[in-house]
Design a protein around this ligand. Structure first.
Ligand code: CUA
Length: 266
């Protein structure tokens, strides 16, 4: 009975311990050497109903992100390099996702629950974030960005945002304003421009097309109808589709630009 353990079993036990040791050291390596943190659910923090951005110390920021159909609040976050951000996230309506590109922040935004992650932004740059949980018609339009730049902290963050806005506007100068609008407002999440069927009627050939509605009426698509559809989507719903289009904040000028763009989609 001196050695009752089978040598093979001994070997397997040895391998099992080795695997565990490797796993534990990898976790320790990730936590201490790479500075990665595991997302946490903070049960003692009350859900909040608006987004906020607070400086809580030298290079320390607390950010409350509110996810909702279909956007994030705030959707533009300005930070100087070397910032440590405590990110708290919750949702106002359905379950959303929150992933910041180029970081390990990958959280779920769940109504009634606050999730937490801490992230350090060492390198200047743009870190886009997106919703990665399908949450309805405007899902693809749910995004924003963290902007890490060297601007002095006394500088008005607005001026930085507008600099970015200008840069973005310049890069899409060749694209028509209407085409940019249907992207920015999330229209393309439900309306294709190539004739393919989707959640809503395709934009291709919409101008001058004869549409039949769920209430049995028919009309030829013109500027008045497009405007009405944007301002009051459920009023006339094209037959075969559901009345799920959300009302979006769009100005009269923007509506005209969208109409001009739709006319080109023959
Ligand atoms: Cu929110 Cu997808």
């Amino acid at each position: 009975m001196k050695d009752s353990i089978d040598p093979l079993e001994k070997k397997i036990i040895g391998i099992a311990f080795l695997v565990m040791a490797v796993q534990v050291s990898l976790i320790a390596f990730a936590a201490y050497k790479l500075g990665l943190s595991v997302p946490t659910c903070v049960t003692n923090v009350k859900p909040f109903d608006s987004g906020s951005f607070t400086k809580i110390g030298d290079h320390r920021y607390e950010i409350h992100v509110l996810a909702k159909m279909w956007g994030f609040e705030p959707n533009k976050i300005d930070l100087p390099p070397g910032s440590i951000a405590d990110i708290y996230i919750t949702s106002k309506d359905v379950t959303h996702g929150f992933h910041i590109n180029g970081t390990n922040v990958n959280l779920m935004a769940v109504p009634g629950v606050v999730n937490y992650a801490q992230v350090t932004f060492n390198h200047p740059g743009t870190y886009p974030f997106v919703c990665h949980e399908y949450c309805g018609a405007g899902h693809q339009a749910m995004n924003g960005m963290v902007l890490v730049s060297d601007h002095p902290e006394t500088e008005n963050p607005e001026s930085v945002s507008s600099a970015v806005a200008t840069a973005v506007a310049t890069s899409v100068a060749t694209v028509s304003p209407g085409s940019k609008l249907v992207q920015d407002k999330g229209c393309i999440a439900c309306h294709t421009s190539d004739g393919k069927p989707s959640v809503g009627p395709t934009f291709k050939g919409i101008w001058g097309r004869s549409e039949t509605f769920t209430n049995g009426t028919t009309l030829v698509v013109d500027a008045a109808y497009i405007k009405e559809s944007i301002l009051d989507p459920p009023k006339k719903v094209v037959k075969g589709f559901n009345p799920i289009m959300p009302k979006l904040p769009v100005s009269d000028t923007e509506i005209d630009q969208i109409i001009d763009y739709l006319k080109t989609l023959k």
